[in-house]
Design a binder for this molecule. Structure first.
Ligand SMILES: NC(=O)c1ccc[n+]([C@@H]2O[C@H](COP(=O)([O-])OP(=O)(O)OC[C@H]3O[C@@H](n4cnc5c(N)ncnc54)[C@H](OP(=O)(O)O)[C@@H]3O)[C@@H](O)[C@H]2O)c1
Length: 257
């Protein structure tokens, strides 16, 4: 039996389609999660309980893997967990560490983005052969910016900010390909097919959800919004994704979400 690919964050928005893609490719998979496996989960992968916040279970999770795709994130700071993972991967002799990062982390001074930049640096210097893919926001995240406001009388968006959301299943396909290939260093960024105004994306999300709300663009101050208005989060020359935001919304509607 081939050695498995370990997917950290294998239960998350990106990890789930990545695990499915690898299994469909016939690749043995080990899913990392902080939680024990559900009793009714009979899918054909291994399960490793591990908390990257303190390293519990990490050595067992890394034992005899052919590659690690690092999708776990705590949405505040990716650096400490990535340092712990990369150090243990080097000691375990892992042949390939794939890290998923975000377009524009060196342009947009969000604290989370700074931690991703640091995590990329850690991966590069880890001594483990590596690949880093930066992508734009997934459709799910962009829709969520609107749906979290559904109980408010209006939906607020940052004026002048655009997004270029990408279909997460396509990111998963690309990561699966990268994880099965040789370490490639920083590969070309991956962005969605359309650059769209945040207001327009909010209106589309509301329409798809059958919600009637006014979208109110707010002129926000500060360096973060300024860098977003300047397009720091976009990669128009890397619009390689094909799934549009409307296609995502329609599929979500059909799935009853
Ligand atoms: N969302 C986007 O739009 C977007 C865009 C570009 C890049 N990315 C990057 O893609 C990656 C995945 O994002 P996502 O949206 O799929 O995240 P997500 O849905 O929030 O999933 C986070 C995952 O991290 C795991 N996790 C969290 N803390 C952990 C810990 N201490 N130890 C072990 N596992 C832990 C969770 O597993 P359990 O809860 O099962 O433990 C979960 O599977 C991130 O690096 C993110 O920066 C995301």
């Amino acid at each position: 039996m081939d050695r498995p690919i370990l997917v950290t964050g294998g239960t998350g928005t990106l990890g789930r389609p990545l695990v499915a893609r690898l299994l469909a490719d016939g690749v043995p998979v080990r899913v990392m999660s902080r939680r024990p496996r559900r009793a009714d989960d009979d899918r054909p992968y291994e399960w490793a309980v591990c908390d990257l916040a303190d390293g519990t279970g990490l050595d067992a999770a890394l034992a005899d893997v052919r590659a690690v795709v690092h999708c776990a994130t705590n949405a505040r700071n990716d650096a400490a967990t990535t340092r712990r993972l990369a150090g243990a991967a080097r000691r375990a002799g892992v042949p390939h560490l794939v890290y998923v990062s975000i377009v524009g982390i060196d342009e947009v001074p969000l604290p989370y983005y700074r931690s991703k930049l640091e995590a990329e640096r850690i991966v590069r210097g880890s001594g483990v052969p590596w690949t880093v893919l930066r992508t734009t926001q997934f459709h799910d995240l962009v829709a969520m910016l609107t749906t979290v406001q559904r109980r408010l009388p209006v939906v607020l968006t940052p004026s002048g900010v655009r997004f270029q959301p990408v279909e997460v299943a396509e990111v998963a396909d690309r990561l699966a390909e990268l994880a099965q290939g040789a370490p490639a260093g920083r590969v070309p960024d991956m962005a969605g097919p359309e650059v769209r105004d945040a207001r327009d994306l909010a209106a589309a999300t509301l329409r798809a959800a059958g919600l009637r709300r006014r979208v109110v663009p707010l002129r926000l101050p500060g360096r973060i919004v300024r860098s977003l208005r300047a397009g720091g989060n976009l990669a128009p020359d890397r619009a390689v994704g094909t799934g549009t935001f409307e296609e995502y919304l329609a599929a979500r509607g059909r799935a009853g979400r």
